[in-house]
Ligand binder design. Structure first.
Ligand code: SF4
Length: 317
């Protein structure tokens, strides 16, 4: 059996749901409650969630053979461009990650991201050799104190592992950064810039309070803050600016040293406000309630949405 996000189950024809946007990556989840204890995660050891959620999404369980067969069809039709498996840390999760990676590589043949708290370079190598095209080593919290406080582990050790892995496996390492955990925009963007300089891809998330987690009462990020981070993230990712082009006051992004016409041209596609991460990853409703604030657009923006997103940033651009 394998757990599949509700949206993925819909695209694979396993479940009917009403949705404005379908996932273009097949999101899979393996494992029971995690032995880690991240304060934002419903799968965490001490979370009071019944284990059915990851972020605000539910993940029903289906027969693995059936899911693999349906993934083949979704790849053939172009409905799914990538698979992404999130593993909680529990007994046997590493061996299961390798066997599932091999199965998806050999039987489905689509790009596969594996998100697992790998403790060493050797573990990352084994996952890549088994079939993962990318291994995601999540930093999540953008500074060392928050990392210790919220994840209970060492930020510096994680950063060191990412640096070692990207040297050995160029183009195959991703990370996740969550905005709204208490970091400043400056801390987040300096870290994001460092990741791009290393050629690590960055999945950007808006903190989402989930009932039963330690951080259930914390607010999601202010939309202005998130839009500023998205804009700078996009410009950094595409090497349109370097981090030195960003001006900060008290940790907040206040300006970008680039002619306005160049910024306008770079933002005109709206892609800065679409979900950022591995190619093909759009994560519909992962951080958003239907009808609520859209942090990450899972699809192209229309012109009104684009104008609003730029205005929400509060930047004079
Ligand atoms: S960015 Fe998307 S596809 Fe990549 S590891 Fe994160 S959730 Fe998976």
């Amino acid at each position: 059996m394998i757990r599949v996000s509700a949206g993925t189950a819909h695209v694979l024809g396993l479940r009917e749901i009403k949705a404005d946007a379908d996932p273009t990556t097949a999101y899979l989840l393996n494992g029971e409650k995690c032995s880690n204890n991240c304060g934002f995660c419903p799968q965490a050891r001490d979370s009071k969630d019944d284990g059915s959620h990851l972020s605000r999404i539910v993940w029903p369980e289906y027969d693995e053979d059936d899911v693999v067969n349906r993934l083949k069809s979704a790849k053939a039709s172009g409905a799914m461009k990538r698979a992404c498996i999130q593993f909680t840390l529990c007994n046997g999760s590493f061996d299961r990650a390798k066997s599932l990676a091999a199965r998806i590589k050999n039987e489905v043949g689509m790009p596969l991201s594996v998100s697992l708290n790998v403790p060493s370079v050797d573990n990352a190598r084994e996952l890549i050799e088994a079939g993962a095209s990318r291994v995601s080593i999540a930093l999540d919290a953008a500074n060392a104190d928050l990392h210790t406080q919220i994840k209970g582990s060492s930020f510096d050790e994680k950063l060191k592992l990412i640096r070692q892995c990207i040297t050995l496996f160029p183009g195959q390492i991703s990370t996740h950064i969550i905005i709204g955990l208490g970091e400043t925009e400056e801390q987040a963007l300096k870290l994001i810039s460092e990741m791009y300089n290393l050629d690590v891809s960055v999945g950007l998330f808006a903190f989402t309070p989930v009932r039963g987690t330690k951080l259930e009462k914390q607010s999601p990020p202010d939309i202005g803050c998130y839009r500023r981070v998205q804009i700078a993230n996009y410009l950094l990712k595409h090497s349109i600016i370097a981090v030195d082009n960003l001006n900060f006051e008290d940790g907040r992004l206040t300006g970008i040293n680039l002619p306005k016409s160049e910024i306008a041209s770079a933002l005109s596609s709206g892609k800065a406000f679409e979900t950022a991460g591995c190619d093909g990853c759009n994560r519909p409703y992962y951080n958003e309630r239907p009808g609520g604030t859209i942090y990450n657009y899972p699809r192209a923006l229309n012109s009104d949405e684009l104008a609003r997103a730029i205005a929400e940033s509060g930047l004079d651009i």
